[in-house]
Write a protein that binds this ligand. Structure first.
Ligand code: ATP
Ligand code: MG
Length: 460
């Protein structure tokens, strides 16, 4: 392994010394620094001090349970991968652990091969991210890539592929769940392509009536059909020299699909009703959140068109797969909406952050954007708190919502702003065991501000 290979830190917390020994021996390898302790309190201190990428925690320990350790680590930094291990497997505790942010839940005795491969994968993800940061200084300096916010390994991979492919592609397909930024990927591809000085033309296939599809895309000549009173240019010609973005391609009628395929193959369009064709220089980017393979099976999407487009395919990850990007995205949207509503909003309270970190985000970044926009509108102080967030996020049965948050008086806005602020200081100090710098970090405020606030609320 080269000397510059980034090193990864792992902390193992287990009250059984044999188990720690096993972990340390099984995982020993260059580039992985392992800390072990049988005392959960000490384990947390090591975590706060060393800021490891991976933590292994035993579920049952006399001094402090694994779930509590997990919660405190997630509070400290949700990006840390926490693997829980237990000799007393129960599906309820497994579900609880995963809901509370554990990345895995393993049964003791953990087979060495399983442990190695799980940890190897987590370590590789961490290394990949560090390596990307080392190599791509341009990316490293900014938290954004062509309007896309996120620095998780999945997003790094996406940016790297866009950069590599953009200069050469003629057509591409972007797939991924709703609200994951497919349109942003299409724009990035355009901006980095040789056609960036040309137009970026959007055609939303789901908004077109079937009969108008071909005339819209390819244009028509006068008299081609009733109502065609003059020649009309189609979107393909309009996008000449640039990029045509075909959004929701799954909604394109089969007949139009075969014409599209022909254009992709010979770069020529024929206006409806015309006998001649014109050469167009257009890059085509299609996007969909539907399962095109399933549609091919149902004979509603042409397989030849699919394979042509999928030669260059990008998949945008769901937000739940990259929760480590939440703090960046939160900050990005708070800035955006604070400016839009001309409000002085500095950030989210600690509790609100936890609530967002534990939610499942079925609507992905769009849902987060809406939630924060809404909260910025509701917030009356400089901090967004739990009660400013949409009801759906804090409903008792919202996915992944911790019960204590919905039960807390804070969640129902029953305390004054000062009361809430004082309470969040007390909570943070509690969680950090009285360590002020640690508490300040949890609240994302400076130490000076922490001291000022503690004096203000008469806290020792
Ligand atoms: N990585 C990101 N960083 C910042 N904003 C993002 C990111 N991803 C998505 N968004 C924002 O989320 C919203 C939804 O994104 P977009 O319209 O590209 O989603 P989509 O994948 O096309 O979804 P759909 O399949 O529903 O059309 C937009 O306002 C977009 O700016
Ligand atoms: Mg879209």
């Amino acid at each position: 392994m080269p000397a510059t290979e980034p090193s990864v830190k792992l902390v193992a917390i287990d009250d059984t010394p044999q188990s720690l020994e096993l972990i340390a021996t099984a995982l020993e390898q260059p580039g992985l620094k392992i800390f072990t302790t049988s005392d959960p309190e000490e384990g947390l201190d090591i975590v706060f001090e060393q800021h490891p990428q991976i933590v292994i925690v035993d579920l049952m320990m006399p001094k402090m349970g694994g779930i509590e350790v997990l919660e405190r680590i997630v509070d400290f930094d949700p990006a840390i991968e926490v693997v829980l291990i237990t000799a007393h497997y129960s599906s309820e505790s497994a579900v609880e652990a995963i809901q509370k942010g554990a990345s895995d839940y393993l049964n003791k005795p953990v087979p060495i091969a399983v442990l190695r491969s799980k940890i190897e994968k987590l370590a590789e993800d961490a290394r990949r991210r560090q390596r990307a940061l080392q190599i791509d200084s341009e990316l490293a300096e900014s938290t954004k890539f062509h309007g896309m916010v996120g620095r998780s390994p999945l997003m790094w991979d996406l940016y790297a592929r866009i950069k590599r492919v953009a200069r050469h592609y003629r057509s591409a397909l972007i797939t991924g769940p709703t609200g994951t930024g497919k349109e942003l990927v299409a724009k990035a591809l355009h901006e980095l392509s040789p056609a960036s000085s040309g137009r970026f033309v959007v055609c939303n296939c789901s908004a077109l009536v079937e009969t108008l599809f071909e005339s819209e895309l390819f244009g028509h000549v006068r008299g081609a059909f009733t109502g065609a009173t003059q020649d009309k240019m189609g979107l393909f010609e309009f996008a000449h020299g640039g990029t045509l973005f075909l959004d929701e391609i799954g909604d394109m009628p089969l007949g139009t699909q075969s014409k599209l395929l022909r254009i992709l193959q010979n770069q020529e369009v024929q206006r409806v009703g015309s006998l001649t064709s014109r050469v167009v220089d257009v890059r085509v980017v299609a996007a969909t959140n539907r399962d095109l393979k399933q549609m091919i099976g149902d004979k509603t999407f042409r397989d030849d068109l699919y394979y042509r487009l999928a030669m260059v395919e990008f998949c945008t990850p769901g937000l739940a797969e990259r929760k480590e990007d939440l703090p960046l995205l939160e900050r990005h949207f708070i800035r955006k909406f604070a400016a839009e509503f001309q409000k002085d909003i500095a950030g989210l309270s600690h509790r609100a952050q936890i609530l967002l970190a534990r939610y499942a985000w079925p609507g992905n970044v769009r849902e987060l954007e809406n939630a924060i926009g809404n909260a910025c509108m509701m917030a009356f102080g400089d901090t967004i708190d739990v009660q400013d967030l949409p009801e759906s996020l804090r409903a008792p049965h919202a996915p992944d919502t911790p019960p204590e948050l919905t039960l807390a008086a804070v969640a129902h806005g029953e305390m004054s702003l000062d009361g809430r602020e004082r309470q969040s200081l007390i909570d943070a100090l509690d969680r950090s065991g009285g360590n002020q710098s640690q508490a300040a970090r949890l609240l994302r405020i400076t130490r000076d501000r922490m001291r000022y606030k503690m004096a203000k609320y008469d806290l020792k």
